[in-house]
Design a protein. Structure first.
Length: 301
């Protein structure tokens, strides 16, 4: 799941010329196989979501693992200016607010804690660190409540543990490290699922999940009732990571915007590949607002 899925098409490309010359009537087979790789396996989407209706709450949300601005802080600021989100969630901030990005967000409502930044044009009522596992110093997300045009909206800024250490340990044959990494990631995502199950009212969850749609870590969020905005409104592949690997091009989608009950994604795109190892994800989402707000906040157990 963390390799380029287009690699599955290489055997088909090698077999297609042989099929053409030796069994032309069977050309449909490699053609279908290439379609299967290029569309469902690689995650191609072409959605035509309904236009938002009047009387709804419209929000543009942007998630961005900025990697501390080490690549190109000016490119990060340029995409924030270009897309002008109502809510901006950043991960791996590592002092990025001390430079050009911080100056850009000077007039915003900004809260930051640990590696997370939540910046908003809406008032931020509160924030809360959410531990990711039994270690209280390890935080998988920062939770905030925003007042969006009179409607309280709960937002989670998420960064789940990376599989990188576990995958790299296979080079030295340390399968125990691999299994330990998997267990930690599943424990972390299970705890996030538990947090989400206790939420009531408008809910938006976004960030660097270090997981594809197929991964169990992300499926825990789906099991909590969330939906991937890309699957509702995305077009193309929406890849967010890979441009600074030896392949020099994004080849997987591990940064996501997830919506809770009642939200409709109306548009989604990815930003430039210059500012960070990750491309930002930007989505327009809308929510039908009732006279009696459904937002009751988070239940605690």
């Amino acid at each position: 799941m963390y390799l380029p899925q287009w690699a599955w098409g290489i055997p088909v490309l090698l077999l297609a010329p042989v099929t053409f010359f030796k069994a032309r009537k069977l050309l449909w087979a490699p053609a279908f196989a290439l379609f299967w790789v290029a569309v469902p396996l690689m995650g191609f989407q072409w959605r035509f979501p309904p236009k938002p209706t009047p009387g709804t709450l419209h929000i543009r949300i942007m998630t961005y693992n900025v990697k501390g601005g080490r690549r190109d802080a000016a490119a990060i600021a340029a995409d924030i200016t270009r897309y002008h989100p109502d809510i901006l969630l950043m991960q791996d901030q590592q002092g990025v607010l001390q430079g050009i990005v911080g100056k850009l967000l000077k007039s915003w409502n900004v809260r930051y804690d640990y590696q997370f930044v939540i910046a908003s044009h809406f008032p931020i009522l509160n924030t809360e660190q959410m531990p990711g596992d039994t270690n209280p110093d390890m935080h998988c997300c920062l939770r905030a409540t925003l007042m969006a045009n009179g409607t309280p909206v709960t937002v989670y800024d998420v960064h789940l543990r990376s599989p990188r250490e576990g995958l790299l340990s296979l080079k030295t044959g340390h399968t125990a490290h691999m299994l330990h990494n998997i267990a930690e990631r599943l424990q972390e995502s299970a705890r996030l699922k538990n947090y989400l199950l206790h939420e009531h009212g408008p809910l938006l969850v976004a960030g660097d999940f270090n997981s594809t749609d197929w991964a169990l870590a992300l499926r825990n969020c789906f099991a909590a009732g969330l939906h991937d905005a890309f699957l509702q409104a995305g077009r193309g592949y929406g890849y967010t990571y890979g441009q600074y690997t030896p392949l020099h091009t994004p080849f997987m989608r591990i940064d996501h915007i997830l919506t809770g009950r009642g939200w409709q994604a109306n548009w989604l795109t990815t930003g430039n590949a210059l500012g960070s190892d990750h491309r930002p994800v930007i989505a327009d989402v809308s929510l039908k607002v009732h006279k009696k707000s459904a937002g009751k906040g988070r239940q605690t157990s």
